[in-house]
Every structure is written in structure tokens, then in C-alpha cells.
Design a protein around this ligand. Sequence first.
Ligand code: MN3
Length: 253
Amino acid sequence: MFFFLANQYIMKKRDFLKTSAILTVGTILSPLISCKNNPESKEEEETPENGSVFLLPELGYAFDALQPHIDAKTMEIHHGKHHAGYTKKFNKALEGSAWSGKNLEEILAGIKDHDADLGLRNNGGGYYNHTLFWKVIGPNKGGEPTGELADAITQSFGSFENFSNEFKDAAKTRFGSGWAWLIQEPSGKLAVSDTANQDNPLMGNIVDQVGKPLLGLDVWEHAYYLNYQNRRGDYINAFFNLINWEAVAGNLG
Ligand code: MN3
């Protein structure tokens, strides 16, 4: 049975209002929150009136904290524009849908491959994927996992080196925009996979390899182009200096 790390980011409207009332200016840049400063704004009217809203999570570190591996400008735009945009559009897509009020994992697992679900697929995936991404990287991280996760990687791949080669290869060869993943399959075994666009391994009706994401790497050009231009391989190598293995281990089911 999967559980989802970002359940903490979903809350009922009344709790959201209570929370937003005590928030001061910080790294949370959600339009859903910032619009509270202006009750007359149009964005306020677009906030779901019932059910739940998903909030843009805080990074937990400064925009420049991941330098030189990921530059501050990329982080600022990626979190404050891209992820904020997915968050807003996801909430909008949920409004009035049968999925309103469900948890994120259930929503992703239920999405079908047809036009009616496209807004949920792209924006629900974008919301989940980036929420995971910020959690599994951090300043002064990298190295190798220890304990249960290290054992699981050795069991599933033979060695950490085999895993990292397979993961880097998946990230390099993902054509166009998408993500590379370390997932835990329903059997418990770990595997590497990759998905197109904002698809997520929980989307069992869409992806070939289903599993719970433990680690995800965004290989959209917006994730690295300012610093690395076309050198996706350099960005992937740099990512390994940022992996927060404790956080990845925390995602094990
Ligand atoms: Mn991205």
C-alpha cells in the first residue's frame, strides 16, 4: 500500500484560511496564499469554495543554497513560476470534478489517458513531481545512502554504482521533457524508470512501470538550461551532489 509524502500539503479550506492568516512573507509564493492579501483579486474568486486545495510547498532552503550545482535564478523561476503554476492549475482542474477532496495519490492513480483528464494529468503530475523533487535534494548532500535503502539498492541493482549508472542513463536518454525515477514497485523491489512530460509512476493507467516514487529528477530544459544549456549530462552528474538520501529513504513503503 502506497502512502504519499505530500499529504501534509493538503488541507481543508478553513484550515488553509487559518494558516494563511498567520503566514508572513516568506518563501511560500503560492498565488493561492498571496491573493489573500487582496480579497478583491480575481485569483481569490478562483480558489475552490469547498473541498481541499493543494498548496505550493516551501523549498526548505534558499534559492541559492544549491549552487554551484543548480543556480539561484533557475530555482527561483522553477519554484516560484513553474511549480506555482502547476499548483494553481491543478486546483483549478479539480474544481467541480469527481476528484475534488481526494488525496493526491488517489487522484494520480485514477487518471485516464484521455483529453478530459489532461489538465489533471499534466498539472497533478507537475504538482506531485516538483513537491517530491524539492524534498529529495538539498545543500551539502550527495554521497551514498545507508541502512535499509542502501540494502534495497544493492539487492535490486547489485551495487550503488549499477543503480547510479542506470538512473543517469534513464535521465540522459529520456527524449524531450520528462523525469527519471527511482521507484519502489508493488512487489517491494526497487527499479529505475522514466516518464514523459509530467507523468508520474503512480499513474497506473498511463505509465509502463508502476511504482511509488522514491527519487525523481526533472530533466525538462527549464530545470537546467540557464546554467547548463544543452549539457544535460553535466546537470545529471551535479544532481548526484544534491541527493538527500535520508529523504529518499523516508519514501520507502
Ligand atoms: Mn520542472
